[in-house]
Design a protein around this ligand. Structure first.
Ligand code: 5RP
Length: 241
């Protein structure tokens, strides 16, 4: 395991310790979240924890079920106690860019149903300003190139000149679990993430974007000296009522 992966594993393992018997747990997507799922499954088995999990992607659901965790649909739960998920960037106030794994829509749906959200990452993900990582935007497949042009124009009105890039793999457009497409916006430093989030959401054809603002309550960040806990400013203690 390389050093970055070890940091991800340390963060995932620390997050698994936050889970209590009887909880409904949101499972994130990506390599860091996969470490959390593995650590959670290990704890659940060793301690006989009775857990229900809601997954943010088909890939994570497969992993979790393969490890013996019970995965239920989001529609079957009233609320989720804790969601643990990775991020592509962690900026000021625990603002995030997510969606590198193309799961941003299901991730946001699960996060918004959660009483407490913990983001887990290696130290390189913590940045002073969001935007070095291209912002993923999920768009409806129908008319996606026209939607991309409207995204370009809307973003330009905010002073950011960027050509949205359709995400492909092996020469084919990447399809999300919901059958839609992803455009990546290499904007560079984002001076006003909230304004950008609002502008993107107002475009017909945009389903959602990877800016997660005001959603993460805490971050567990693996580094060379262990795992650091960051709590969102203004929260006296972790969690939402
Ligand atoms: C998936 C995500 C991931 O959480 C994000 O891409 C981080 O991935 P990793 O833990 O593999 O670095 O948002 O849509």
């Amino acid at each position: 395991m390389n050093p970055i992966d070890r940091q991800k594993q340390a963060a995932g393992t620390a997050a698994a310790l936050e889970i209590r018997d009887g909880m409904t747990v949101g499972l994130g997507t990506g390599s860091t979240a996969a470490h959390f799922v593995a650590a959670l499954a290990q704890r659940a088995q060793a301690e006989g924890l009775d857990l229900r999990c809601v997954s943010t992607s088909k890939a994570t659901a497969e992993q979790a079920e393969g490890l013996g965790l019970t995965v239920v649909p989001l529609d079957d739960v009233d609320s989720i106690d804790i969601t643990v998920d990775g991020a592509d960037e962690i900026g000021p106030g625990l603002s995030l860019i997510k969606g590198g794994g193309a799961a941003l829509l299901r991730e946001k749906l699960v996060w918004e149903s959660s009483r407490r959200c913990i983001v887990i990452a290696d130290a390189a993900k913590v940045v002073a300003t969001l935007g070095a990582f291209p912002l993923p935007v999920e768009v409806v497949a129908f008319g996606h190139a026209a939607t991309a042009r409207r995204i370009r124009d809307a973003v330009l009105r905010l002073g950011l000149a960027v050509e949205p890039r359709l995400r492909t793999r092996d020469g084919f457009p990447v399809q999300t679990d919901s059958g839609q497409l992803i455009y990546d916006l290499a904007c560079g430093a984002l001076p006003d993430p909230s304004a950008l989030a609002g502008a993107l959401k107002s475009i017909t054809g945009v389903i959602d974007h990877g800016l997660f603002l005001g959603l993460a309550d805490e971050a567990l960040v693996g580094g060379i000296n262990g795992v650091a806990r960051l709590v969102r400013e203004g929260l006296s203690s972790p969690g939402r009522a």
